[in-house]
Design a protein around this ligand. Sequence first.
Ligand SMILES: [Fe+2]
Ligand SMILES: [Fe+2]
Length: 308
Amino acid sequence: MSIDTTTSGNGQPLQSLDEWEDFVKGRYSEPGKTAEECQQSRKPTVGHDPEKKQSEFRNYEADARPTVREFYRLNHTNQTHEFAMAKRRQFLGLDRMKMGVWEAAEYLNQLVDDSDPDTDMSQLEHLLQTAEQLRRDGKPRWMILTGFVHDLGKILCLWGEPQWAVVGDTFPTGCAYSRKIVFPDFFAANPDSRDARLQTRNGVYEEGCGLDKVALSWGHDEYIYHVCKDYLPIEGLYMLRYHSFYPWHRENEYDHLCNDDDRRLLSAVRDFNPYDLYTKSHTKPDAVALRPFYEDLIREFFPEKIRW
Ligand SMILES: [Fe+2]
Ligand SMILES: [Fe+2]
């Protein structure tokens, strides 16, 4: 299927969720740097033609695929503060089903999209690859497990939620949008842009109130955080809840909404990010061989069934 055929406004512009992740990985091509710093370091220093304008260097926003651009347009247009609150009410009662963590990973693995099966990872493979890299680097067992569960919130897609309400770089709703959020101009179409009360620096929040009180745009991060809240250490829970909050952990924005706990735990979110973003390799992990290790690890932290 050609890329252009999917931009017809069906609300699911991406051929696969990987398209969003690949875009983020390109935009943040260097660990720990802001999007602008990454763009600067893509500028060639040897043989650099001084006549070449800045715009001729690869700019991930300008060069984004139409599918990715349309995805962000829908995300920024529809993720209002009221939407973010309504989705919390809809999903955070965790009354849909009870299932174990490995079972949830297999359930998520039904999510098959139009990606190329020969080169792209399945959802389970991405989780195993992230976790296995943490394991190879000698990280603590709770962190390996955090890697294994971090994207299980994408099961929201299986319950009919559109892509723009499951993935995407998250941002605070109910207060001014940072210009460092990817494609900031798309916020002009968000109804909250026309509500002056929601466009001040703090909006509906108080300065330094702490991120726990801030409704980020709705997606798989917030959902999996609530599913795992009683079972993992606070560092792991921050990794789950904020792994897509690039405006905070990469762009250093929204510090004025943070409290001291958030500032202390930001380093945990940053430690985790490279494992999510940069571990995609073409060697597929062997799920059958790895299953006993992960079943043991899951049993160490989670009961047999948890609420979803
Ligand atoms: Fe994710
Ligand atoms: Fe991920």
